[in-house]
Ligand binder design. Structure first.
Ligand SMILES: Cc1cc2nc3c(=O)[nH]c(=O)nc-3n(C[C@H](O)[C@H](O)[C@H](O)COP(=O)(O)OP(=O)(O)OC[C@H]3O[C@@H](n4cnc5c(N)ncnc54)[C@H](O)[C@@H]3O)c2cc1C
Length: 403
């Protein structure tokens, strides 16, 4: 494939980068120090209005609902720019988990569901969450699901305990995965159901403390008790028993978005590392950190790693666009654990180069260090991806003569 940034995207990327530098990065100190995200909402709304005015709103979402309608490769470049700051995707309304929920609603929502949930999500007037992982069950093997949705007249009655329903706090609705058809084969037992968060029986117990912070609103990871939570059967998404099939569809593009966001984080940390190394004088003769071989070695290795991951992701996005998600399954697994690992190393090296300053919230690196550790766990833990990739690679070798 041709890795040249498409002409159409060059202008967009320049505009986004300028906006990120001028309008979003200056908000980071408040974000890093402010423990209540809700206090930042007014200023973030102002920035969101500016993005709308620039016609850069909801870049990956459908045009007919007010987005830019960029394809996967085009949005990959956008996600990279926005990833440089933890607030980037939110300000442009392409943040997880709404981005994934928008895709689900677009592909599987009824006209009524689209009007009630998809349109306001793309407009940015509401937020949503995705409620699949359970406290007592292994998220790595989600077919082991205890939450049930039992039919009762025209309703489903949902019972179960979920956690890590990211951004549930302040969300208008959750897309909940629950077992509706225990009699079906394992992968066809669960369904996705829209549950408005003001439904009686939708109880957010807490936002979970994660790496020292229990976030609020968009930054909170909710633990939710569904207690006889009754919703109409018309809230079902895409057919009974189709939950895992839909979840699979959601993950491919989602991984491209996440991985390119991580490349954005790598780029930011790499720039900070190079800048610090070039300016920090470490000996009386005025030599800087950047004169030391070990630092030079880190810088070269990080540059090569970032480049490798970036090209792998773009290639995977291109493959999904051209041949479909099924053909790109190996690549999707590969980029997920590969990029997460590289990001972790780049963040760590950037932090190390900053010494004591690297531990302070005066700079953004420790925020990334804390919050992006999760990249090796969510959307499939490293080990699960490696296992499934190896299985596919090894498939057929037992019967094949290799010389
Ligand atoms: C920050 C964050 C945000 C999240 N957001 C959401 C969300 O919005 N919605 C949602 O539903 N969930 C969300 N999750 C949950 C996430 O998807 C699960 O944590 C993940 O799927 C792993 O499941 P688990 O935590 O139950 O770990 P387990 O399944 O118990 O696995 C624990 C560990 O065991 C190892 N392991 C598991 N299986 C294997 C295997 N087959 N072979 C070898 N080793 C293995 C891995 O190292 C894994 O990390 C989020 C998690 C985090 C950390």
């Amino acid at each position: 494939m041709d890795f040249e940034v498409p002409d159409k995207m060059k202008v967009i990327i320049e505009m986004i980068n300028e906006f990120v530098d001028k309008e979003i990065i200056p908000l980071e100190p408040e974000f890093a120090h402010n423990r209540d995200f809700r206090e930042m909402l007014p200023v973030l709304e102002e920035k969101r209005a500016m993005v709308k005015k620039m016609e850069l709103w909801a870049p990956n979402h459908p045009r007919e609902y007010g987005g830019m309608g960029l394809n996967l490769v085009e949005h990959a470049f956008v996600s990279e720019c926005l990833g440089r700051t933890p607030l980037g995707h939110y300000v442009f309304n392409c943040q997880a988990p709404d981005a994934g929920n928008i895709e689900i609603l677009h592909l599987h929502g009824t006209p009524e569901q689209k009007e009630a949930y998809l349109r306001p999500l793309v407009e940015g007037t509401i937020r949503s969450c995705f409620s699949m992982t359970e406290v007592e069950m292994p998220g790595s093997n989600p077919v082991m699901m205890a939450t049930t949705a039992v039919k009762d007249g025209d309703d489903y009655v949902i019972n179960g305990q979920k956690w890590y329903s990211t951004s549930s706090d302040g969300s208008k609705f959750a897309i909940v995965m629950a077992v509706t058809n225990p009699e079906n084969p394992t992968y066809l037992q669960a369904s996705m159901i829209i549950v408005p968060t003001d439904t009686p029986g939708f109880n957010q117990v807490r936002t979970i403390p994660v790496m020292g912070e229990a976030g609020t609103d968009y930054t909170g990871h909710g633990e939710i008790l569904y207690q006889n939570c009754r919703v109409p059967r018309k809230n079902l998404l895409g057919g009974e028993g189709m939950g895992f099939v839909i979840a699979q569809e959601r993950l491919g593009p989602g991984r491209i978005h996440h991985c390119m966001r991580w490349i954005g984080i790598c780029n930011r940390c790499f720039d900070l590392m190079c800048s610090r190394a070039s300016k920090r004088i470490i000996s009386p003769d005025g030599k800087t950190l950047s004169t030391r071989q070990i630092i030079q070695s880190w810088i070269s290795e990080c540059a090569a790693d970032i480049q490798a991951a970036r090209l792998m992701i773009l290639n995977t996005a291109w493959k999904i666009e051209k041949y479909g998600q099924k053909e790109a399954r190996q690549d999707i697994s590969m980029i997920k654990f590969f990029t997460a690992g590289i990001m972790q190393n780049v963040i760590d090296k950037a932090l190390q180069v900053h010494g004591g300053l690297g531990m302070t919230d005066d700079i953004i690196i420790p925020f990334f260090y804390r919050h992006e550790r999760a990249a090796r766990i969510y959307d499939g833990a490293d080990e699960v991806h490696k296992m499934s990739l190896a299985k596919r690679i090894l498939n057929g070798y037992a019967d094949r003569e290799v010389r």
